[in-house]
Write a protein that binds this ligand. Structure first.
Ligand code: PGA
Length: 252
């Protein structure tokens, strides 16, 4: 089954109004100029820029998402943002369970699953991030760690329409050390097989599994050509329009 490539930019805690909005506008122009693009494009700015990014991308093929969401719709959670608030601004996606949230905020698989459920309930597509640390890989635990995170973070109601998986080896994030095609394909194929068991062949065949971790214009084409890699979650290389666009041009 043909899965449409998703090129997703995770800006993390970068950019202010001036350069952030210029980047969205630049991408909107390029996507328009492309006509029938071979990929879906998503940007996930920091929360401060989500509203204006949604306005700048309105009516275009560039989607906007949050980098996280709370598991509750509303309430006494100072500093948090709910999935419903993201949807209200015009977002269509929310990243949940990024390794920086799992590390900085001690998020567990159970919490990530609850956040993904909240995203679904608010009408958003959840991008559920998983990935092993270098120590886990070196201890031969890569498959086990990713399987546990996948199955622990995946809501019962996950479908190919409301969920995207992102495999992001922690040792590759922001390091310039990218997974080899063999390393990426091994984990992606395992994840696909686990999705077959958990959700059935049809859902597993249709659900997108992104690779993330030092994806850049030089290595994107090789990674995006792998049979079970259905796009990228891109950090550093999503901060400049030329780089992000060049990654997207790596689509097979
Ligand atoms: P990177 O980040 O592309 O800068 O490695 C990817 C991510 O953390 O999503």
């Amino acid at each position: 089954m043909a899965r449409r490539i998703l090129i997703a930019g995770n800006w993390k805690m970068n950019k202010v109004q001036s350069d952030g909005l210029a980047l969205v506008e630049d991408l909107v122009g390029r996507v328009k100029g492309e006509g029938a693009a071979k990929f879906d494009m998503l940007v996930c700015p920091p929360f401060t820029l989500v509203s204006k990014a949604c306005e700048a991308a309105a009516g275009s093929a560039v989607a906007v998402g949050g980098q996280d969401c709370h598991m509750n719709e509303k309430g006494a959670h100072t500093g948090d943002t709910s999935a419903w608030m993201l949807a209200d601004l015009g977002c269509s996606y929310a990243i949940v369970g990024h390794s920086e949230r799992r590390t900085d905020h001690a998020e567990t698989n159970e919490q990530v699953r609850a956040k993904a459920e909240a995203a679904h309930a608010a009408g958003l597509i959840a991008i559920i991030c998983i990935g092993e640390t270098l120590a886990e890989r070196e201890a031969g635990r890569t498959i086990e760690v990713n399987r546990t995170q996948l199955l622990g973070s995946l809501p019962d109601g996950a479908t190919a329409d409301n969920t995207v998986i992102a495999y992001e080896p922690v040792w590759a994030i922001g390091t310039g050390v990218v997974a080899t095609p063999d390393q990426a394909q091994e984990v992606h194929a395992m994840l696909r097989a686990e999705l077959v068991s958990a959700k059935g062949q049809g859902t597993a065949d249709a659900m997108r599994i992104l690779y993330g971790g030092s994806m850049n214009p030089k290595n994107a084409a090789e990674l995006l050509a792998l049979p079970d890699v259905d796009g990228g979650l891109i950090g550093g290389a999503s901060l400049k329009a030329d780089d992000f666009w060049a990654v997207a041009q790596g689509c097979p």
